[in-house]
Ligand binder design. Structure first.
Ligand code: IPE
Ligand code: IPE
Ligand code: MG
Length: 263
């Protein structure tokens, strides 16, 4: 599987989408996607500045990565900074950028030692050149790892992703002299090669997608918790996985087709 360079061009073979996982009883998710929300409120509850919450958020992420690696989750995608988060006060944006840089500096070799592959999705061109270089270095260092894939969505927006994918798809179709309908949009999304999330978790109590993986969440099981991200630990993750295991994923079919019972 390759994450870099031009997307592989795959001509569609069937109308039925092949990016939807074959219906099977829910058990443990291969791919968990998380909106890590509530850092600011967590800090404010303790009468501390929001930056304190963002630092604690990085610690919660470290523990979540360890949990996923330990439980053989194959892909963990986390929303670290949305395309709309630039609208926050400049001071907070600066703090978030510094924390991202620091986390990359401090954690890249640890990720590598633990056989974890890092992939950053989003429009990285808006980051300063040092941060862009650090992202590339960390991705390059860990590219051959075969354990957990950690996908960090940074300056990411689901609408941006669909728009850039559409642009690339049209360019390829023109180049190959094919009708655009012969190509698969999923092959041009920033998540190409990564299966769609099985489980989506949003901490912090809001029940919205906030422009996260709009295309990829089509058949993902959604889980919302009031717990603020810095307080999200092993017990909360166990709870989310328990909820997931009780869901029946039908992908448009009827229940009996999934259980094998006669209707
Ligand atoms: C999530 O926590 C972190 C980022 C968006 C970067 P928030 O900063 O949104 O925290 P709340 O939602 O204000 O509590
Ligand atoms: C979503 O959280 C983005 C990240 C966690 C990075 P926000 O706090 O930005 O979302 P809204 O503004 O409440 O929808
Ligand atoms: Mg928030």
């Amino acid at each position: 599987m390759s994450f870099s360079g031009k997307p592989p061009v795959k001509v569609k073979e069937a109308i039925v989408q092949d990016n939807v996982k074959e219906a099977e009883p829910s058990n443990s998710p291969d791919h968990i996607a998380i909106i890590m929300d509530g850092n600011g409120r967590w800090a404010q509850q303790q009468e501390k500045p929001r930056a304190f919450g963002h630092k604690a958020g990085v610690d919660a992420l470290k523990k979540t990565i360890e949990y996923c690696a330990k439980h053989h989750v194959k892909f963990l995608t986390v929303f670290a900074f949305s395309s709309e988060n630039w609208l926050r006060p400049a001071k907070e944006v600066d703090i978030l950028m510094s924390l991202f840089m620091l986390a990359l500096k401090q954690q890249s070799s640890k990720l590598h030692k633990n056989n974890i592959r890092l992939k950053v999705i989003g429009d990285c061109a808006r980051f300063n050149s040092k941060l862009q270089a650090k992202i590339k270095d960390a991705e390059h260092l860990t590219a051959g790892n075969t354990g957990l894939t950690l996908v960090v969505a940074a300056n990411y927006g689901g609408q941006w992703d669909i728009q850039q994918a559409t642009q690339q798809l049209i360019e390829q179709a023109v180049k190959l002299k094919l009708p655009a309908s012969e190509l698969d949009l999923a092959d041009f999304l920033s998540t190409r090669g990564i299966p769609d999330p099985d489980l989506f978790i949003r901490t912090g109590g809001e029940q919205r997608i906030s422009n996260f993986l709009l295309w990829q969440l089509a058949y993902t099981e959604l889980y919302f918790t009031e717990t603020l991200w810095p307080s999200f630990g092993e017990a909360e993750m166990d709870e989310a996985l328990k909820a997931y295991s009780s869901r029946q994923r039908r992908f448009g079919k009827v229940s009996e087709q999934i259980t094998g019972e006669n209707p």
